[in-house]
Design a protein. Sequence first.
Length: 112
Amino acid sequence: MHTLEVKKSKFISYYYEVNSKEEVEEILVNLKREHKKASHIPYAYKIGPLAKKTDDKEPSNTAGMPIYNLILQLNLDNVLIVVVRYFGGTKLGAGLLTRTYLTSAKEVLNNK
C-alpha cells in the first residue's frame, strides 16, 4: 500500500498477486466496503490472457489505462493494481490526473 496526496486529493494504491477473476472481484468488494466514502476506485489487472481496466467515473483513460499500460510495460502477470481516490475539492485536469494515477501505481510496485 502507498499513499500520495495531490492538491488535497488522497490516492491510496494497492498491489495484489491474483490467480483468478473471482479473486479480483473479492478484493474489489472488500476495498469498496473499506473505502465507502472514496470518490473513485479505478484499477487494472492482468491474469494470463484475461485483462481489465476501469476509470471508475474518472475522465476516460486517465486512471485505468495508465495503470494497465504500466502492467504491460513491466511485463507483469497475475497482478491487480487498485488506486483509491478521495477527492479533495480541486479538479486536477486530465494530464495531472493521469500522471498521479501512474505515479501511485509505480510507487506501490516499488514498495511491494
